[in-house]
Design a binder for this molecule. Structure first.
Ligand code: XMP
Length: 510
C-alpha cells in the first residue's frame, strides 16, 4: 500500500489499539508492532511518526521492555504515552521514580510553555491518568509542557529532537481533547496527510481476492455477525459462486438469530450457503463444565472441528476466507499485553486446516468494517448489530449450561432487547444483554413461595469494547423490563442491574 503510515510500538498497554484507531479516524494509516521488533526494519519502512504505547512494567525494573536507542536519533517524530513517556525519559538520561500512590482516573492538567501538541486547546482540561511511576527528572534539553497537582511533569518534549511525551492517555475517551492532541502531533509535528480512504480499500481487496483465488474455490465461516458477513460479501463480489459459506449453529445463539442468518444468506444468489446444526454436540460437550476458560476453549475447539468436518466434504476448495479484523490480530497475536480472556470467534480458525488463508479485513477496525459493509450494500440491521461473542450465550450463564437455562436466558434477553428497542435506545447503548449469575433466591408469587433463578441486566456504552461505562437505563424502562421478565419467563423471580464499568469488570461475565 502506498499510503503513509504511523507505527505504534506496543509495550503491552491495554490501550494500544485505541491509539491505532484514533489515528485511522484522522484518515492516516497506522500499524501496531511489538517493542521487540527489529528497529532497522521499522526505520526502513519510513513511517511518518512513531508512537510508544503505555505498558504495565516499570522502566527501572530489570528486563523491562526497552527499545533500541537508534530510534531516538533517526529523525522520525516520536510520541511516548505513559510507559512510553517514562521510557523516553529513562533512555535519554532523565529519572523515573515510583510514587507512593497510584494516580488513576480523571485529573486536570495545566499547560505550560506552549507546545504544538496543545495548540488551540484551553490552558487547563481533564485527562485520563493510570500510573504509579512518574518522571522525576527530565533528560537534558527537554522542557515540561504540562503538570497536574500530583504530577509536576505530566508532559515534556524536545522540539529539536522531535520527541514528545505524555504521562496521560490521549487515546482514551475520558481525556478531553485527546484526539486534538494526537491530531496536532500527526498533522502539525509529523506533517502527515489524510490519505487513508475506505473505498480504495474495497477495490484493492476485490482485486487481491480475484488474483489470489483465480479459478479455485474458497470457503468462509459465516456466523451472521458483522465481520464474517462483510468478509463473505467482499469475497462474493470478487469470486461469486466459487465461494461457499458455512454457518455452524452451536446452539448458543440468541432468540431468532439462527433463523435470521439463514434467511439473510440462503436467498443470496451470489454465493453458496450451507447451514449446519451442531447444537446437540456443543451442549453435550459443555455438560458439567462450569469454569469460564474451559467453556471458551471447548467451544473454540468444537467450532473448528465441526467446520473442518463440513469443509472436508467439499471438493476442490483451496482457500479459507476469514473475517479476522485488526483487533483480533492484535489482541490474540500480541506477546506484550496481559491475557484477560481467551477470545474465540470465527476468525480463530487455525491455518493447519490445509487451506490457504485469505483475510480481507485484517487491517480494519470494527467501525471501518461497518463502512465497508455499507458500501457493499449490506443491511444496516446487520451492520449495526450489537457485538455478540463467539462463545455466545455460554459465557452469560455462570455455572452449568443446560437447555432449560439457555431457554431462560434467550427469553429474558429477548424481552430486554424488545423493551430497549421500544424505548428508542437501541442505537444509544453499545451492548446490552441478560446474564444468569447462577444464584437462586426466594420469592413469592400469588401465595406461593418460589425459589428460582436471578437474572442480571448488563448494559454498557463503549466505543470498541476495550473500555466501557455502565449505561444508565431510565428507571421506567428498567421497571418494564423487570416486570415483564418475572411475569413472562418461568423460572425467574428476581432481576438485578450490573452497575460496574470496564475496567475493573469486563463486559461479559465470563
Ligand atoms: P469483555 O468481556 O472482554 O468483552 O470485556 C469485550 C467485547 O468482546 C466481546 N467478546 C467476544 N467476542 N469472541 C468474540 O468474538 C469472544 O470470545 C468474546 N468474548 C467477549 C464482548 O461481547 C464485548 O463486546
Amino acid at each position: 500500500m502506498e499510503v503513509e503510515k504511523v507505527i505504534i510500538i506496543d509495550f503491552g498497554g491495554q490501550y494500544s489499539q485505541l491509539i491505532a484507531r484514533k489515528i485511522r479516524e484522522l484518515s492516516i494509516f497506522s500499524e501496531i508492532v511489538p517493542y521487540f521488533s527489529n528497529i532497522n526494519k521499522i526505520i526502513d519502512e519510513k513511517p511518518k511518526a512513531v508512537i510508544f504505547s503505555g505498558g504495565p512494567a516499570s522502566v527501572y525494573e530489570k528486563n523491562s521492555p526497552s527499545i533500541d536507542e537508534k530510534i531516538f536519533s533517526c529523525g522520525i517524530p516520536i510520541l511516548g504515552i505513559c510507559y512510553g513517556a517514562q521510557l523516553i525519559a529513562n533512555a535519554l538520561g532523565g529519572r523515573v521514580k515510583k510514587s507512593d500512590f497510584r494516580e488513576y482516573g480523571k485529573v486536570s492538567i495545566n499547560i505550560k510553555n506552549r507546545s504544538t501538541l496543545f495548540e488551540n486547546l484551553p490552558p487547563s482540561f481533564n485527562v485520563w491518568m493510570s500510573h504509579t511511576d512518574f518522571v522525576d527528572k527530565l533528560p537534558e534539553g527537554f522542557l515540561v509542557t504540562s503538570s497536574t497537582s500530583n504530577c509536576p511533569i505530566s508532559s515534556f518534549e524536545n522540539r529539536k529532537l522531535n520527541i514528545y511525551a505524555l504521562q496521560f492517555h490521549p487515546e482514551v475517551f475520558h481525556t478531553d481533547f485527546g484526539s486534538d492532541i494526537i491530531a496536532n502531533f500527526l498533522y502539525k509535528i509529523a506533517d502527515c496527510k489524510k490519505d487513508w480512504i475506505i473505498s480504495s480499500y474495497i477495490d484493492e481487496q476485490v482485486k487481491f481476492i480475484k488474483e489470489t483465488i483465480k479459478n479455485d474455490r474458497a470457503i468462509c465461516a459465516l456466523s451472521g455477525g458483522v465481520d464474517s458477513s462483510v468478509a463473505a460479501r467482499l469475497a462474493a463480489k470478487a469470486i461469486g459462486k466459487q465461494l461457499i459459506c458455512i454457518f455452524v449453529d452451536h446452539g448458543l445463539l440468541r432468540k431468532g438469530e439462527k433463523e435470521e442468518v439463514i434467511s439473510t444468506f440462503s436467498n443470496n444468489k451470489d454465493m453458496l450457503f450451507i447451514p449446519v446444526d451442531a447444537s446437540k454436540l456443543f451442549l453435550n460437550k459443555l455438560k458439567n463444565i462450569t469454569e469460564p476458560e474451559e467453556k471458551r476453549k471447548i467451544i473454540g475447539k468444537l467450532f473448528i472441528d465441526t467446520f473442518t468436518n463440513e469443509a472436508k466434504k467439499l471438493k476442490g476448495v483451496k482457500y479459507l476466507i476469514q473475517g479476522t479484523i485488526y483487533p483480533d490480530i492484535v489482541e490474540s497475536g500480541t506477546l506484550t499485553s496481559a491475557k484477560i480472556k481467551s477470545h474465540h470467534n470465527v476468525g480463530g480458525l487455525p491455518d493447519k486446516l490445509g487451506f490457504s488463508l485469505v483475510e480481507p479485513l485484517k487491517l480494519l477496525f470494527k467501525d471501518e468494517v461497518r463502512i465497508v459493509g455499507k458500501e457493499l450494500g449490506l443491511p444496516s440491521s446487520l451492520l449495526n448489530r450489537q457485538p455478540f461473542p463467539g462463545p455466545g450465550l455460554a459465557i452469560r450463564i455462570v455455572g452449568h449450561i443446560t437447555e432449560d437455562r439457555l431457554a431462560i436466558l434467550r427469553e429474558t434477553d429477548f424481552i430486554l432487547r424488545d423493551e430497549i428497542s421500544k424505548a428508542g435506545l437501541s442505537d444509544e447503548i453499545w451492548q446490552y444483554f441478560t446474564v444468569l449469575p447462577g444464584i437462586k433466591t426466594v420469592g413469592v408469587m400469588g401465595d406461593t413461595r418460589t425459589y428460582s433463578e436471578l437474572v442480571a441486566i448488563r448494559a454498557v456504552e463503549s466505543v470498541d469494547g476495550m473500555t466501557a461505562n455502565w449505561y444508565k437505563i431510565p428507571y421506567n424502562v428498567l421497571e418494564k423490563i423487570s416486570s415483564r421478565i418475572v411475569n413472562e419467563v418461568n423460572g425467574v423471580n428476581r432481576v438485578v442491574l450490573d452497575v460496574t464499568s470496564k475496567p475493573p469488570a469486563t463486559i461479559e461475565w465470563e
